[in-house]
Design a protein around this ligand. Structure first.
Ligand SMILES: *Cc1c(COP(=O)(O)O)cnc(C)c1O
Ligand SMILES: [Zn+2]
Length: 413
């Protein structure tokens, strides 16, 4: 029953420390869910436990088990999440005028980055003896948690905002979850999922309040540190979209740990990208007090009005020397088709948001042409084909005869 490598759960607001062996979500000293906890480690123990080679070869995120906050005797619930490809992107790099690589995290088992966290959540829920897991989600976390709950033999009960894309609702239903469509916003669905956790004791996977969730997301940073240094160099920039802000916080923490332990020489600057219609973390980072909490963007996975992890996200941007910027929905759709047609990588809008952010950063000279960039595509495009169709010129209707083809392409000579 040991977890020697984990020191404590430390409040990001007041620094109070809690025992990592208990199920606790946020620091009780603060109103609501403001007192987000951070998992701290004994890195001497972590280093002693970690014996995998840093060769850029990764089958699953459990290569980094030494870094993950699970008990030694826990039965790991996994679908081989993580270990996603880091692609050269020569056509995209030409189009952008800057050397760009793409980390395709849409290739995770349920089609999105969140599987890295869900594997930890269900593993920990099972170890804590819980048989129901819950979360609030704009879609992907629901599908992801439902898939891992099925794998681990637990029940999943999930709260989604009423306007989530239908493609994303089919997935958790197929995995056997109860999907409760809340007639309200994501933020209202979120509050409900916190209330049921208090009342029924279901295990809550919400990344922002469950301190262990961000920890699974660190493995993308570990992988990128290994993959980029195996190719020769750490990139200058790592680009992620931001919803609640846990993803970018986790990725930074992972990369930073590998730098601090001396496994790689350096760490990249983090570029966090939000949609103009859901800009809270960006606004907070740039010191605007009057933060607007509406969430209006077609990139549903980052349509978050009141992000729960602004503190950790801003810390990642600051510590890394990076920054935050905004893109419009049109920029996101353009980036989605650019990535698809240059490299054959199909991202959902929230995944393509990172690329749209890189384009904006180049236009504003935030990223220089002689720097190197890794864009992370966080989700797979087939999850939401409706918005994708809008981004294209659509299909061309023809009659079943050669004349129509010739009209389009000219004669064969
Ligand atoms: C959840 C999600 C994000 C944002 O992650 P946060 O941790 O909420 O910032 C980005 N892209 C996709 C595809 C997602 O599902
Ligand atoms: Zn506190």
């Amino acid at each position: 029953m040991t977890m020697d490598h984990v020191d404590a759960l430390e409040c990001t607001l007041c620094g109070a420390e809690y025992d990592p062996d208990q199920v606790i979500y946020t620091c009780p000293e603060h109103e609501g869910v403001k007192g987000i906890l951070e998992v701290t480690y004994d890195y001497d123990v972590v280093h002693d436990r970690f014996d995998a080679p840093l060769d850029g070869v990764v089958d699953s995120q459990w290569k980094y088990a030494a870094f993950l906050p699970v008990h030694d005797d826990a039965e790991v619930v996994t679908l081989d999440e993580g270990g996603t490809d880091l692609f050269d992107a020569p056509n995209l790099s030409d189009a952008l005028g800057v050397e760009t690589l793409v980390k395709d995290d849409g290739r995770n088992p349920t089609g999105c980055f969140k599987d890295r966290a869900s594997s930890i959540a269900v593993t920990k829920a099972k170890h804590a003896g819980r048989d129901v897991v819950t979360c609030a989600s704009t879609g992907n976390a629901a599908a992801s948690l439902a898939g891992y709950a099925a794998r681990g033999g637990l029940d999943a009960r999930i709260f989604v905002p009423g306007d989530a894309p239908t493609g994303k609702l089919a997935q958790p239903l197929v995995y056997g979850a109860d999907v409760l469509a809340v007639d309200g916003s994501y933020d209202e669905a979120y509050d409900l999922s916190v209330d049921v956790t208090d009342e029924y004791g279901w295990y809550n996977r919400n990344a922002a309040i469950n301190p262990f969730q961000v920890e699974g997301k660190r493995t993308v940073g570990h992988e990128l540190a290994g993959q980029t240094s195996a190719r020769g160099d750490v990139p200058d920039w790592l680009v992620f979209s931001m919803g609640d802000g846990c993803t970018i916080a986790g990725a930074w923490k992972g990369f930073r740990e590998f730098r601090d332990l001396g496994y790689v020489d350096d760490a990249p600057k983090m570029l966090g990208v939000q949609a103009t219609g859901a800009s809270s973390i960006h606004d907070a980072f740039h010191g605007h007090d009057d933060v607007d909490d509406v969430a209006d963007t077609l990139a549903d996975s980052i349509a978050v009005g009141r992000p729960r992890n602004t503190v950790k996200a801003c810390r990642a941007l600051e510590e890394s020397g990076g920054t935050a910027l905004l893109v419009d929905d049109d920029d996101i759709l353009d980036a989605q088709t650019l990535l698809g047609r240059t490299e054959g990588i199909y991202s959902e809008p929230a995944g393509a948001t990172a690329l749209a952010g890189l384009q904006r950063a180049l236009a504003e000279d935030v990223v220089e042409r002689d720097e190197t960039v890794v864009v992370c595509s966080t989700g797979f495009g087939l999850k939401d084909t409706e918005s994708a169709l809008d981004a294209t010129d659509g299909v061309t209707a023809i009659d079943p005869r050669m004349e129509d083809v010739r009209d389009l392409y000219g004669s064969a000579e």
